[in-house]
Design a protein around this ligand. Structure first.
Ligand SMILES: [Cu+2]
Length: 304
């Protein structure tokens, strides 16, 4: 054995040992381009939004625990921005907080975030620069660390990302356009409801969820807004499995699950009661009725 090999051997062994523990870990590379876009929150209702890769919410990323994530932010917004990885213990410089961890990414600039995927669970990402306004314009998305292969105990997975579109403008922030005439008609519950989004749509444009009787559905719920949204399901129950990315010690049942600002829940639902059921925010100012259909934070769950 040469002297060079002697020097390399410990490093080689370390690599093999480390490799054995994370045999299935992979390097996962993504590009998120933040840009202004027009977004249809309901048929014919187009708003001026900010979005990652032109979608609202942004791309839903699925990775495995231990994967090395390399996510490049391309800033095509007319202002600086960052991405903060909510709930993920990233290295300090990757946390996306200007003035604390790393400078904001200027308009036209790029930055590559690099960190390891944490344990299985529901996480989300959003800017931490002018956060209230940029999140209210649509910059947010889900980052899901999937459980190990074969350990899933649900049949269908449904994201439930709540957004308060344009909420910052109601509080006096500038630059929110495209909300339509509703913005000038006063703070009525109907107007409020028209700005609240589930997965980028407002009811009645939120698609129904269809599930076969006896199947289990996992809802990955995230409240990206600033208000509490008590999500209520008719005819069935939520089984709370995890909150903020942590499994709860003992799953518990709820039929109304309050999502605080920034909070997230993994709640499964056993579709054991056939019919067409309502799922809605039970802050009833967040749902409304227009022309006989419900608006705002509401959708239908069909058990076949
Ligand atoms: Cu609500």
């Amino acid at each position: 054995m040469t002297r060079k090999m002697h020097r390399l051997l410990p490093a080689l062994l370390l690599t093999l040992v480390a490799g054995a523990g994370t045999a299935r870990a992979a390097t996962r590379e993504f590009t998120f381009t933040a840009a202004a876009t027009r977004w249809e929150i309901a048929p014919g209702r187009v708003v001026a939004a900010y979005a990652y890769n032109g979608t609202l919410p942004g791309p839903e990323i699925h990775v495995r625990e231990g994967d090395l994530l390399r996510i490049t932010l391309v800033n095509r917004l007319p202002e600086p921005t960052t991405i903060h990885w909510h709930g993920i213990p990233v290295p300090n410089g990757m946390d996306g907080v200007p003035g604390v961890t790393a400078p904001a990414v200027q308009s036209g600039g790029t930055f590559t975030y690099e960190f390891l995927a944490p344990g299985p669970g529901t996480y989300w990402y959003h800017p931490h620069h002018d956060s209230a306004a940029q999140i209210a314009r649509g910059l947010y998305g889900l980052l899901i660390v999937d459980p190990p292969e074969g350990s899933r105990t649900w049949d269908l997975e449904v994201p439930l990302v709540i957004g308060e579109f344009g909420a910052a403008s109601m509080m006096g922030s500038s630059g929110m356009g495209g909300m339509g005439s509703g913005m000038t008609s006063g703070l009525t519950s109907g107007m409020m409801a028209s700005t609240l989004l589930i997965n980028g749509k407002t009811a009645p444009a939120v698609p129904e969820v269809r599930v076969k009787r006896g199947k289990k559905v996992l809802f990955r719920m995230v409240n990206t807004g600033n208000m509490v949204h008590p999500m209520h399901v008719h005819g069935l129950h939520w089984d709370v499995l995890a909150t903020d990315g942590f499994d709860v010690p003992t799953p518990y049942r709820k039929d109304t699950l309050p999502l605080n600002a920034g909070e997230r829940f993994d709640a499964s639902l056993l579709a054991d009661n056939p019919g067409r059921w309502l799922v809605h925010c039970h802050n009833l100012q967040h749902v409304g009725e227009a022309a006989g259909s419900m608006t705002g934070l509401v959708f239908e769950l069909v058990v076949e």
